[in-house]
Design a binder for this molecule. Structure first.
Ligand SMILES: Cc1cc2nc3c(=O)[nH]c(=O)nc-3n(C[C@H](O)[C@H](O)[C@H](O)COP(=O)(O)O)c2cc1C
Length: 182
């Protein structure tokens, strides 16, 4: 089974999560994984499944993720689909639920014929030194809501949780029964 992991990323955080998920899925000899930036994805014809990873900007999946669904939604109907978002507010269970039920839902509500195997949100990372002043002030507003510090480098990715999701997804892609992840 051929699976594409297509990601959008500003600073590499979502790409690194996509790579970790690829490592987990590749443990199965039945899955062949290709990772690509969303902007480099053409036809989905050769893939049985597509996992879309989106970085979040200003309470929304990035524009290229929204464009990807707009372009490919017909093709995605017949494929195994999973979606994950990466952002700082997904650093706790409550934040993850908001990201899933609000940010990702903004996309899925538009395409009711797409039924993802799973949707998840993961904590993100930010390096203040890499942001220009406009982005820094945007981020400070985001961080005021999360209670995280608003200077330096913050990495809220929970790699164990990410690997667990990859394992659950692997089982679903292979149509195996899985225990609830909670
Ligand atoms: C301009 C900008 C806006 C952001 N807006 C949000 C936001 O609205 N909510 C949030 O939780 N995180 C927000 N973030 C944090 C990013 O989603 C987080 O840093 C993520 O890890 C970035 O992933 P990437 O490196 O793959 O782009 C924002 C980051 C930037 C730079």
């Amino acid at each position: 089974m051929r699976i594409l992991i297509a990601y959008s990323t500003g600073f590499g955080t979502t790409k690194e999560i996509a790579e970790k998920l690829a490592d987990v899925l590749e443990e199965s000899s039945e899955l062949t994984i290709k990772i690509a930036s969303l902007d480099q994805v053409g036809s989905l014809q050769t893939f049985d499944g597509v996992i879309v990873g989106s970085s979040v900007r200003a309470d929304r999946p990035t524009a290229n993720v929204r464009d990807f669904f707009s372009i490919h939604h017909h093709e995605l109907i017949d494929k195994k689909v999973a979606i994950f978002a990466v952002c700082l507010s997904a650093n706790c269970r409550e934040g993850r639920e908001k990201v899933k039920n609000d940010y990702i839902k903004q996309i899925l509500d538009k395409y009711p014929d797409i039924h993802p195997l799973s949707v998840e949100a993961f904590g993100g990372k930010i390096d203040f030194e890499r942001l220009n002043p406009v982005m820094q002030s945007l981020m400070k507003k985001v961080l005021q809501k999360t209670g995280l510090p608003d200077t330096g480098s913050i990495d809220t990715r929970d790699w164990e949780f990410i690997v667990q999701w990859g394992e659950m997804l692997k089982a679903k892609l292979l149509d195996q029964t899985v225990a609830n992840q909670g």
